[in-house]
Design a protein around this ligand. Structure first.
Ligand SMILES: Cc1cc2nc3c(=O)[nH]c(=O)nc-3n(C[C@H](O)[C@H](O)[C@H](O)COP(=O)(O)OP(=O)(O)OC[C@H]3O[C@@H](n4cnc5c(N)ncnc54)[C@H](O)[C@@H]3O)c2cc1C
Length: 449
C-alpha cells in the first residue's frame, strides 16, 4: 500500500505496551490514531514481561488495607538509582501510577491483584493481573474496539519528517511519507542492536538477550537524527538468574525465601535481596558472568511452584553436603562449606555482613543451580519532559514529537544497578498514556462521546 497522502492526527511508532497505551489514551481524547508496528504482531518486550506493574495509592491497594502514596514510591525509585534519574519525571510517573493502573483496569478490563514481593519497594505495590493473559492481549482488545485506531503491521517507521522550522510533521516508511500532527515514538529499547550496545553498554554485548527482537533502537536513532538529546544510555536491567540456552530463569522466590548466590569460589558477593540489578551488576564482573544459587529443602518447598520448570529441565543439583554440591556444580568445595557456616552463624544475629536480614539456617540436603546474567531491557534513551515531549540538548521541545517506554530515558539511573522492579512497565504504560493524552489535547471528541 502506498503511504504518501495518508494523514492522521497522531502516529504512534511501535505496538508494545507504550504504543498501545498511547494510542488508547489519544483515541479516548478524540484523535484519529495510526499505530505502526514493524513486526507482524503486537506486543514487543511488553508481551514477554512478568506481571509486575508497580503503582502507589490505587484502589486495589486500599481494598487490601495497604498504605502507600506516590511520594514514597518516588523515593524508593530514587533510592535504588542513587538519585540519578530525572526527579521531575520520576515524581510524575509515581504520581500518575495509580491513575495508570486504574485507567488500565477500567479501559481494558484488567482485574489487578497485589503481589507481596518488595525487592526495594517499601510497600506492597506489585499489580499483577489475575488471568493467564499478557497485558498486551487486554490492550489489543481495547484498541480493536476503538474505531479511531488503525494498526498497520509489518510496517517499520524509517525516519521522521520535519518542516523547515524543525517541527515533526510525519513519519517516513518504506512506502512513502505519512503525515501526522503529532508523532509518538514507542518502539522500545536497543537490546537487540549489537552496534548500539557496543557503543553505549559494552558490558552487555556478550551476555544473552532474551528480550524482544524488535528492540533495535530505531526510535532512538530517529530521535537523534532530528536533534534530540539523550540521557542515561548506559542504563539496563542485568537479570541475574537466567538459564540459557533453555531460556528459563530461576524465580526470585528462591532468594526471598532465604536462598543465596555464590561465585566460582563458593563465596557470596552481594545482598541477594537487592534483586535484580544489585546481583546482576556484580555478576557482570564475575568469571563467565555466572553465579550459583544455593538453597535448602525448606526453600525448595516454599519456591516449588516457581521452580517446577527448572527442576523438570534437570538444571537443579541436589547433594547431602555442601562439599558434594560444590563438586557437582564445579565450584570450590571449601569455599561453599565456609559460606554455609557463615550464613548459618549470621542467622543468630539476624544480619549478615552484606546487610541482608537472615533468620533461618540452611540445612542439608542442599540444592544448587548455575545461573547467568542476561540483558532483559535497556533503560536509557531520548530525553523527555514530564509530558513525554522530546527535548533538544538546550532543553527546548522538538515540536510535535513524543517518546515513552524503552525509547525514552528511563527512571533507572545511568548503569546496571539502578533498576527497581516495575520501572520498565511504568515507563512504558505510564509514559505512553501521558504522551497519548498530551499529544491529543485540543483534538475534538470522537462522535458519540
Ligand atoms: C523477560 C522480561 C521480563 C520483564 N519483566 C518486567 C516486569 O515484571 N516489570 C517491568 O516493569 N518490566 C519488565 N520488563 C521490561 C518491560 O517489558 C519493558 O521495559 C517494556 O515492556 C518496554 O515497553 P515498550 O512499549 O517501550 O517497548 P516494547 O514492548 O518492546 O514495544 C516496542 C514495539 O515497537 C516495535 N518497533 C520497533 N522498531 C519499530 C519501527 N521502526 N517501526 C515500528 N515499530 C517498531 C517493536 O517491534 C515492538 O513491538 C521485562 C522485560 C523482559 C524482556
Amino acid at each position: 500500500m502506498e503511504h504518501s497522502g495518508l494523514y492522521f492526527g497522531i502516529i504512534v511508532v511501535g505496538a508494545g505496551g507504550c504504543g498501545l497505551s498511547a494510542a488508547l489514551a489519544a483515541a479516548e481524547s478524540g484523535a484519529d490514531v495510526l499505530l505502526l508496528e514493524k513486526t507482524d504482531k503486537p506486543g514487543g518486550g511488553t508481551a514477554l514481561s512478568s506481571k509486575g506493574l508497580r503503582a502507589a495509592g490505587t484502589r486495589f491497594q486500599r481494598e487490601k488495607g495497604i498504605e502507600d502514596n506516590p511520594a514514597r514510591y518516588a523515593q524508593d525509585i530514587l533510592r535504588r538509582n542513587g538519585g540519578q534519574s530525572d526527579v521531575a519525571l520520576t515524581e510524575r510517573l509515581a504520581q500518575t501510577s495509580a491513575e495508570t493502573v486504574e485507567w488500565l483496569a477500567d479501559r481494558a478490563g484488567i482485574e489487578f491483584e497485589i503481589g507481596t514481593h518488595l525487592f526495594g519497594h517499601s510497600a506492597e505495590r506489585a499489580h499483577s493481573w489475575k488471568a493467564d493473559r499478557t497485558i498486551i492481549d487486554y490492550l489489543v482488545d481495547a484498541a480493536q474496539q476503538a474505531d479511531n485506531i488503525r494498526i498497520l503491521f509489518s510496517t517499520p517507521a524509517v525516519s521522521l519528517k520535519l518542516d523547515a522550522d524543525g517541527a515533526v510533521t510525519g513519519v517516513v516508511t518504506q512506502s512513502g511519507v505519512i503525515t501526522g500532527r503529532k508523532v509518538i515514538l514507542a518502539s522500545g529499547g536497543f537490546g537487540a542492536s549489537p552496534e548500539l550496545l557496543s557503543q553505549y553498554i559494552p558490558q552487555a554485548v556478550d551476555i544473552p538477550f532474551p528480550g524482544h527482537y524488535g528492540s533495535t533502537g530505531d526510535g532512538l536513532r530517529m530521535g537523534i537524527a532530528v536533534g534530540a538529546a539523550t540521557e542515561n544510555l548506559g542504563a539496563f536491567q542485568p537479570f541475574p538468574t537466567y538459564i540459557g540456552p533453555e531460556e528459563l530463569s530461576v524465580s526470585p522466590e528462591v532468594t526471598t525465601s532465604g536462598g543465596i548466590a555464590v561465585d566460582q569460589r563458593g563465596r557470596r558477593f552481594v545482598d541477594e535481596t537487592r534483586f535484580p540489578g544489585g546481583i546482576g551488576a556484580k555478576m557482570l564482573n564475575l568469571p563467565g558472568k555466572q553465579a550459583y544459587e544455593i538453597f535448602d529443602e525448606r526453600i525448595c518447598q516454599s519456591a516449588r511452584n516457581h521452580l517446577a520448570d527448572v527442576i523438570a529441565a534437570g538444571m537443579v543439583k541436589k547433594a547431602e553436603t555442601a562439599a558434594e554440591l560444590a563438586y557437582q556444580l564445579g565450584i570450590d568445595a571449601a569455599g561453599l562449606e565456609r559460606t554455609i557456616q557463615e550464613y548459618n552463624s549470621a542467622t543468630a544475629y539476624g544480619k549478615d555482613p552484606f546487610g541482608r536480614t537472615l533468620s533461618v539456617p540452611m540445612n542439608t540436603p542442599l540444592y544448587g543451580v548455575k545461573v547467568r546474567v542476561a540483558l532483559y531491557h535497556t533503560q536509557g534513551g531520548l530525553k523527555v519532559n514530564t509530558d513525554a515531549q522530546v527535548l533538544r540538548p538546550d532543553g527546548s521541545v522538538i515540536p510535535n514529537l513524543y517518546a515513552g517506554g524503552g525509547v525514552a530515558t528511563g527512571i533507572s539511573g545511568s548503569g546496571p544497578e539502578g533498576y527497581l522492579p516495575g520501572n520498565g512497565l511504568l515507563a512504558s504504560l505510564g509514559l505512553g498514556r501521558i504522551a497519548g493524552e498530551h499529544a491529543a489535547k485540543g483534538f475534538k471528541s470522537p462522535p458519540g462521546t
